[in-house]
Write a protein that binds this ligand. Structure first.
Ligand SMILES: Nc1nc2c(ncn2[C@@H]2O[C@H](COP(=O)(O)OP(=O)(O)OP(=O)(O)O)[C@@H](O)[C@H]2O)c(=O)[nH]1
Length: 502
C-alpha cells in the first residue's frame, strides 16, 4: 500500500524524466548531425580549394610559352618543376585521339602507352572547360587516379588536354587533416557513387561502391543526413555535403553508439534517481505511517477513559490532527465531569443531591452487609423555616439554607455523607457505627442548626430523626422512611430535638 502510494507520487516525475530523456536523445542526434555537417562542409571546402589551386596551375601551364611554341621538352621540365606545387602526382599532355604526348612520370621522349579519352575527359575537348574525372587507372603507373584536366587552345580550338593525376591517398590525406574524432569516418564519393577516398582504410575501399543509402541520399541534394551501416558493419549517423567544383560529395559518419551510449548513461542516471526517490519516499512514508499509528494508538486509552466517564489527559503526539482529537477528548471529558457534577449536586448548597446520596448510601449498605457492620442515617428538617421566607423573603431563606448546609458539614467528619433532599430537608449517612455515636452527632447537629442565623429575627432550629441499619431497614428507602418517622416524632414532641428508630 505504502509502496503504491510512493510510486504514485514518483510516477509523474518518472514520466517527465522519460520525456526529457527522449528530448535529450533527439538533441544529441541533432548536435551530432550539425557537427558532422560542419566537418563535411569543411572537408568539401578544402577539397574545392585544392582543386581550384590545381586548376590555376594547370591554366598557367596550358598557356605557357613552352607549350604554345610546341617546345615539349622544355614544357616537360617546367611541368616537372610545377609538381612541387600542390598535391599532384604527375602532369600528362594528351592529344584529342587519346595519345599521351608527355607524362612527367617518364623522362621526356620515353614511348608512352595510349591512354584513351574516357567520357569525363572528352568533356574537356567538347566543352573546353576544366573537368574533374572519376577514378581511372593510370596507363603508366597502373594505379587508380583522379584526373583534373584543362583544355589547351590553339587558333580558337581545343587541340590538347593538360591533365594532372591526383592519387586517392592524397585526397584521403586532405580528409585526415580535419582531425576527425576517434571512430568517425569521412568518405569522398564521386557522382557515380564510387568511393574516391576514405579517412580510414583508404586503400581497401577506394573504387568500391558507396553504401546504397548514401548514393540515394546524395542524388540531387547539396547536403543532408542519413542513417546507415558502414562497410565494416557498424551503425553510423552520417551527414554529407557536395563539392561546388567536382561532382563529389564528402560524407562524415559517427557511430550510432556515441548517442546511444550517452542515452544509456542518462537512462541509468534517471533510473537511479527514480529508485533513490522511491526509496527515500518509502522511508519518509514509513516514518510518517509509524508516527500516525503511534498517535492514533495514543488516543485509544483516553477514548476508553472517556467512555468510562473519567477525566482524560491525552498525551501530546506532535501530530497536529491527532493532538486536536486529544484536546477534543479532554474537553469532552471535562464537560462530562461537569455534567455529572451538576446531575449529582444541589445547586444552592453544593451538597450531594438525592440521586447521588441514594447511590452512595446503596453502595455503603451493600458493603456493610458483607462486613456485618451497622450504619446510621439521620433525617434533618429545619423548624420554623417557612417563617424566614415569609418575613424576610425567599433570598434570605436561601441564605439560611446555605448556612445550614455549612453548619451540617462543619458538624460532621469527612467520611460522613451529607445531602440536601429538597426544601429544608437534609440527610446524613454517618460513618460512625458506635452505639451512642448517632445520638451525639444528632445532638450536635440540632445545636448547630439552632444557632441564630445572621439577619434573621425568626427563630430557626432543627429536628433530627435517627434510623440505624440493619435493625431499622436493609435498603436506603427503608432507612429513609424510618428516619422520617423518627423525625416527625421529634417534631411532634416539640421540635429542636432528635428521636430514634431502631
Ligand atoms: N427560600 C427557600 N425556601 C424553600 C426552598 N425549598 C422549599 N422552601 C420553602 O421551605 C418551606 C418548608 O416548609 P416547612 O418545612 O413546612 O416549613 P417550616 O416552617 O420549617 O415547618 P416545620 O418543619 O413544621 O417547622 C416552604 O415554605 C417552602 O416553600 C428553597 O430552596 N428556598
Amino acid at each position: 500500500m505504502l509502496a503504491a502510494l510512493v510510486a504514485a507520487c514518483v510516477l509523474p516525475a518518472a514520466i517527465a524524466a522519460g520525456l526529457l530523456l527522449v528530448q535529450d536523445y533527439r538533441l544529441q542526434r541533432e548536435r551530432l548531425y550539425r557537427q558532422e555537417l560542419l566537418l563535411a562542409q569543411g572537408a568539401v571546402a578544402e577539397i574545392d580549394r585544392e582543386l581550384g589551386r590545381i586548376g590555376a596551375v594547370l591554366e598557367s601551364l596550358a598557356t605557357s610559352r613552352e607549350l604554345v611554341n610546341g617546345h615539349l621538352a622544355d614544357f616537360h621540365d617546367r611541368a616537372s618543376q610545377a609538381l612541387a606545387v600542390g598535391l599532384v602526382d604527375n602532369y600528362v599532355l594528351m592529344a584529342r585521339d587519346g595519345r599521351q604526348l608527355l607524362n612527367t612520370l617518364q623522362p621526356y621522349g620515353t614511348p608512352l602507352p595510349r591512354a584513351g579519352v574516357g567520357p569525363d575527359l572528352a568533356r574537356v575537348f567538347d566543352r573546353g572547360e576544366l573537368t574533374v574525372t572519376g577514378l581511372v587507372a593510370s596507363s603508366v603507373s597502373k594505379e587508380q587516379m583522379i584526373s583534373v584536366a584543362v583544355p589547351v587552345w590553339r587558333d580558337g580550338k581545343v587541340v590538347q588536354a593538360l591533365a594532372v593525376g591526383l592519387s586517392p591517398a592524397r585526397v584521403a590525406g586532405l580528409l585526415r587533416r580535419h582531425n576527425l574524432p576517434e571512430n568517425w569516418i569521412a568518405t569522398v564519393v564521386d557522382g557515380h557513387g564510387t568511393i574516391i577516398a576514405r579517412s580510414l582504410d583508404n586503400a581497401r575501399f577506394v573504387g568500391s561502391p558507396a553504401q546504397p543509402e548514401l548514393v540515394e541520399a546524395i542524388l540531387g541534394r547539396r547536403e543532408g543526413v542519413y542513417d546507415a551501416r558502414t562497410h565494416e558493419g557498424f551503425e553510423v549517423i552520417t551527414a554529407f555535403s557536395r563539392s561546388m567544383v567536382a561532382d563529389w560529395s564528402v560524407a562524415v559518419g559517427a557511430p550510432q553508439a556515441e548517442v546511444t551510449r550517452q542515452l544509456y548513461r542518462s537512462i541509468a542516471i534517471a533510473a537511479l534517481g527514480v529508485a533513490a526517490a522511491i526509496g527515500l519516499g518509502m522511508l519518509v512514508a514509513l516514518g510518517w505511517a509509524r508516527r500516525l499509528t503511534r498517535s492514533v494508538q495514543g488516543l485509544i486509552g483516553p477514548a476508553l477513559a472517556l467512555g468510562r466517564g473519567e477525566l482524560v489527559a491525552a498525551p501530546r503526539t506532535g501530530l497536529k490532527e491527532a493532538d486536536a482529537v486529544g484536546e477534543v477528548l479532554e474537553q469532552a471529558s471535562k464537560m462530562l465531569a461537569h455534567a455529572q457534577h451538576l446531575a449529582h449536586t444541589d445547586a444552592l448548597t453544593g451538597l450531594s443531591n438525592r440521586l447521588l446520596f441514594e447511590a452512595l448510601a446503596h453502595r455503603q449498605l451493600i458493603d456493610d452487609q458483607r462486613n456485618g457492620q451497622r450504619r446510621v442515617l439521620l433525617a434533618l428538617d429545619l423548624d420554623g423555616f417557612k417563617g424566614v421566607n415569609d418575613h424576610h423573603g425567599h433570598a434570605m431563606g436561601d441564605q439560611v439554607l446555605k448556612i445550614a448546609a455549612q453548619r451540617i458539614v462543619g458538624s460532621l467528619r469527612s467520611a460522613d455523607v451529607p445531602a440536601r433532599l429538597g426544601g429544608d430537608e437534609f440527610v446524613v449517612l454517618l460513618s460512625d457505627t458506635a452505639p451512642d455515636g448517632a445520638a451525639t452527632v444528632a445532638e450536635k447537629l440540632v445545636r448547630a442548626l439552632s444557632e441564630p442565623y445572621p439577619g434573621v429575627r425568626q427563630p430557626v432550629s432543627a429536628s433530627v430523626g435517627i434510623a440505624v441499619a440493619p435493625a431499622a431497614g436493609a435498603t436506603v428507602a427503608d432507612l429513609l422512611r424510618r428516619a422520617d418517622e423518627a423525625l416527625y416524632e421529634a417534631k411532634r414532641a416539640g421540635k429542636r430535638r432528635w428521636a430514634a428508630r431502631a
